[in-house]
Design a protein around this ligand. Structure first.
Ligand code: C2O
Ligand code: CU
Length: 407
């Protein structure tokens, strides 16, 4: 971790963001993280199934000059995950200053010949963030209202105004909303349909054709878009309904995210398969417990986050239903550490197909009830908790977070 030059940015192994880490399902990995900042931070592996001691939440603090070397075996399907800091009370500014990167888990299905899979050619990570710059080109930590800090300039992979030269008929984009507060509704400037092939935790059963996809902070989606030779189209973020009229949420904003410019001759791509994987369904009928979570602007179930308080104790290798309700007037989302869950219902309705796969973060608009099913597989630790929280980081820092141990 280092501090950048002129813009006062923070990054991993460089001035801003960090390298894409790539691991294979089944592999034992070890990461050495040295903190060259002059304050403590942590590195959280967002979306990973792993022991709590390796999670990189607020309890795994790395002091200035210290090195943290977690090691674990990757034990989940291929997916687009990410990593970012998680120091209690300062996650928002540590992420805003530039710390974050992609963490790709590969398996035979996600790297299949039938999907675009050539990294940097037809398989492209897109880390989308909003920032505000001052007249000297430094990041401004702007006022927080409603959802938090909303920036006026979009950055894609840390760059302002990049374009992408398309060289294949089909291109896969791994979209990550790494903003601290802003939600995006992505689509193309000519409203062309595209396919969603994966959500937070891996491939969907089958490609889902849409013309918009919403990502709230920390959510990911993999999309595949078809281009004809010589075409140009712009990936755009459109105005959207975040269910909170009158609250400053950025819902009315729009941005050009990335112009795509196709070459005159494109490399042929295979047809997208009809079936991508077989998502193992968690059966809500096997749940041993149901827990209720009420999200407010600064707390969950009337409690602010407290590092010294364990809020929930769950049993390893059991299934539970978590019933999450946003009882406030502002949008939130809900993220659970150390696992991937499934959305059983949104206001008693089955979720749309793009939310029916593995998820670790899900949008929770005002007044809406989510029913999630999850399994606390494999790792237990009576002392070290995992977190659940809103991933709008100003809310998280304000206390919309709780802790659970798996015993
Ligand atoms: Cu992406 Cu608790 O974090
Ligand atoms: Cu929130």
């Amino acid at each position: 971790m280092t501090t950048g030059g002129d813009a006062d940015t923070w990054g991993y192994n460089g001035a801003l963001l960090g390298p894409t880490l790539r691991v294979r399902s089944g592999e034992q990995i070890r990461v050495n993280v040295r903190n060259d900042l002059d304050e403590a931070t942590t590195v959280h592996w967002h979306g990973m199934r792993l022991p709590a001691a390796c999670d990189g939440g607020p309890h795994q603090k790395i002091e200035p000059g210290a090195t943290w070397s977690p090691t674990w075996k990757v034990f989940q399907p291929g997916a687009t995950l990410w990593y970012h800091p998680h120091p209690h009370g300062s996650t928002e500014v540590h992420v805003y200053r530039g710390l974050g990167g992609m963490l790709l888990v590969d398996d035979d299905e996600t790297t299949s010949e039938h999907l675009p899979h050539r990294y940097g050619q037809d398989d492209i990570p897109l880390i989308v963030q909003d920032k505000t710059f001052d007249e000297f080109g430094k990041f401004v930590e702007a006022d927080r209202r409603g959802v938090g800090m909303l920036g006026t300039t979009l950055l894609v992979n840390g760059a302002v105004g990049p374009t992408f030269q398309v060289t294949s008929e089909l291109t896969r984009f791994r979209l990550l909303n790494a903003s601290t507060a802003r939600s995006y509704s992505f689509g193309f400037s000519d409203d062309r349909p595209f396919h969603i092939i994966a959500s937070d935790g891996g491939l969907l059963d089958a490609p889902v054709s849409v013309d918009r996809v919403r990502l709230t902070p920390a959510e990911r989606v993999e999309i595949v878009v078809r281009m004809a030779p010589g075409e140009r189209v712009v990936l755009h973020s459109y105005p959207q309904d975040l269910g909170a009229p009158g609250i400053p949420t950025g819902a009315d904003d729009q941005f050009d995210v990335l112009p795509l410019i196709a070459a005159g001759k494109l490399r042929p791509s295979p047809q997208l398969p009809h079936r991508l994987t077989r998502v193992r369904r968690l059966d809500p009928g096997t749940a041993v417990a149901t827990r209720d979570f009420e999200l407010r602007s600064d707390r969950i179930n009337d409690e602010h986050m407290d590092m010294a308080r364990i809020d929930q104790v769950v049993t390893v290798d059991t299934v539970e239903i978590w019933h999450v309700t946003n009882v406030s007037l502002v949008p939130h989302n809900f993220h659970v550490h150390g696992m991937q869950f499934q959305v059983v219902s949104v206001d008693e309705q089955p979720p749309p197909a793009e939310l029916a796969g593995w998820k670790d973060t899900v949008f929770a608009p005002p007044g809406v009830q989510l029913r999630l099913v999850m399994r606390f597989a494999k790792y237990s630790d009576p002392d070290l908790p995992y977190m659940y929280h809103c991933h709008l980081l100003w809310h998280e820092d304000a206390g919309v977070m709780g802790q659970f141990v798996v015993v």
